[in-house]
Design a protein around this ligand. Sequence first.
Ligand SMILES: N[C@@H](CCC(=O)N[C@@H](CS)C(=O)NCC(=O)O)C(=O)O
Length: 203
Amino acid sequence: MKLYITTTSPYARIARIVLLEKDLGSRVEIIVAQTRTAGSPYYHINPSGRVPYLVRNDGIGLEESTLICSYLDQLDGRPAFDLPQGEKGWEARRLEALARSMMDGLAVWLREIARPPDEQSSTVIRHEAARASRMADLWENEIDHPLMRGVLSLGQITLACALGLEACNPNLLWRPGHPGLCAWFDRFAVRPSFAATSPPAKH
Ligand SMILES: N[C@@H](CCC(=O)N[C@@H](CS)C(=O)NCC(=O)O)C(=O)O
């Protein structure tokens, strides 16, 4: 199998972490794709041009990090990221959606600052910076939830990958005023799968 990624994509990072946590490194080749480039050969592989993208051994391609994670998780017949049943399952879904919501905003912000300076929108940047600040406040209140402390979940991985975007965006300053979130993130960050997938720093 082949997993197409970029080293800065937080969505691809989620899939890469699941792959490492499931010890599937020998079964999946990681390929860095050239995204957001006119005429990129990657568009012949994945016409949407997005990452992550998993090409299975039968040649079928899967897009969307949640689908890819689910597929990778089921490969060995011992899924580790299945959602719990009942109320706990709804809580897990709620938390994962909140983490994804934060990540979606941060990805828009990152995309904006990657554009040439004269094409960047200060309105978009202000909007996303304010959203990120509200979401950091929200997570400071949620971070003691038992599901954020318990067994590794996609919600935890997604939040860690969102917060980890501080390495790519020098104006993403979620730490001040959020000691609980800092402590949670710093504990998570020592996981080998997280350390091995850190994006290249940009200052
Ligand atoms: N909902 C998708 C989002 C994937 C996504 O937006 N990936 C970005 C990188 S962070 C991308 O590939 N962008 C390339 C482009 O927009 O052409 C997922 O969860 O996989």
